[in-house]
Design a protein around this ligand. Structure first.
Ligand SMILES: [Cu+2]
Length: 281
């Protein structure tokens, strides 16, 4: 909300000081990329933090995020200092990150029942789109030294654009919250012997597969159901014994255990998710 007010007052003060010789340092072209990059960097830290503390194996997804976090934070500082290379970097980084993380984002957006992830992805995507637009405008200003009327009009336009982005974020979050509640109800209706519980993609969740251990007599089929809002797998620790491959929210998968024994399995997407099936003779 404070961002709307800032941009509004900025637009007003710009038109009021039409004849001012120099423009304030904290124009939207500085503030928007600065906040967008800072927010993205801080959000990604909250994404990887639970994985690091849980020590549940380092997934390649996490390792990819570390250089991005460093770049986001360094460039937000550079943009604040109005460094022209930081602006060029900001343009490139926001596009590269949106392209690289697009598939992950699509997964999170398709599953709004995991509201924290949904909120994070929507806000990061929109701040990076805004960062990209304002970084391009900021970059252009370095090669057009004097502030002509065209530039002033551009800045008024950019303030209006910021309002649209904020409005879109609010709209998306409301729709997400509504869709999330509906999806959570639908997932609660799917049945199976073992549930992948809601919130299982977070290492701090008290439970991942329930019940675990699950006991069954040899020759019987066990059905897993994904009651979580994100994709998971049921993969045996012993290589190649059984693997559900990706189970979308609400999906079920079954496997028949013909030999007695204790079978450990995990989720290949979240290696900290562990479960056990005990097969009795
Ligand atoms: Cu998983």
């Amino acid at each position: 909300m404070s961002r709307i007010n800032m941009n509004n007052s900025r637009a007003i003060s710009l038109s009021a000081q039409e004849s001012a010789p120099s423009v304030s340092w904290k124009t939207p072209e500085v503030l928007v990329p600065f906040l967008g990059l800072l927010y993205s960097g801080l959000y990604l830290i909250t994404v990887i933090a639970p994985y690091l503390t849980a020590g549940g194996g380092s997934s390649p997804f996490i390792l990819i995020l570390v250089p991005f976090i460093v770049l986001f934070l360094v460039l937000s500082f550079g943009v604040w200092k109005k460094n022209r290379f930081a602006y060029v970097g900001s343009v490139v980084l926001s596009v590269v990150f949106l392209l690289l993380e697009g598939s992950f984002a699509a997964d999170a957006l398709a599953s709004p029942s995991d509201f924290a992830t949904f909120f994070g992805v929507v806000t990061v995507i929109l701040s990076l789109i805004a960062t990209f637009v304002y970084s391009v405008m900021g970059t252009r200003m370095f090669w057009k030294k004097p502030m002509g009327p065209t530039q002033r009009r551009m800045m008024a336009t950019s303030s209006a654009f910021a309002l649209v982005v904020v409005g879109f974020i609010i709209g998306a979050l409301v729709i997400g919250a509504l869709a999330g509640a509906t999806e959570a109800r639908l997932l609660g209706g799917a049945t199976g012997d073992v549930s992948i519980v809601s919130g299982a993609s977070s290492p701090s969740n008290p439970q991942f597969y329930s019940p675990s251990p699950f006991t069954v007599a040899a020759g019987h089929e066990v059905t897993w159901v994904n009651r979580d809002g994100t994709t998971h797998t049921v993969t045996s620790n012993a290589t190649g014994l059984f693997d559900s491959s990706n189970m979308l929210p609400g999906a079920t998968w079954s496997h028949t255990f013909s030999t007695a024994g204790t079978y450990q399995y995990y989720c290949s997407l979240h290696p900290f998710m562990k479960g056990t099936v005990v097969v009795t003779p």
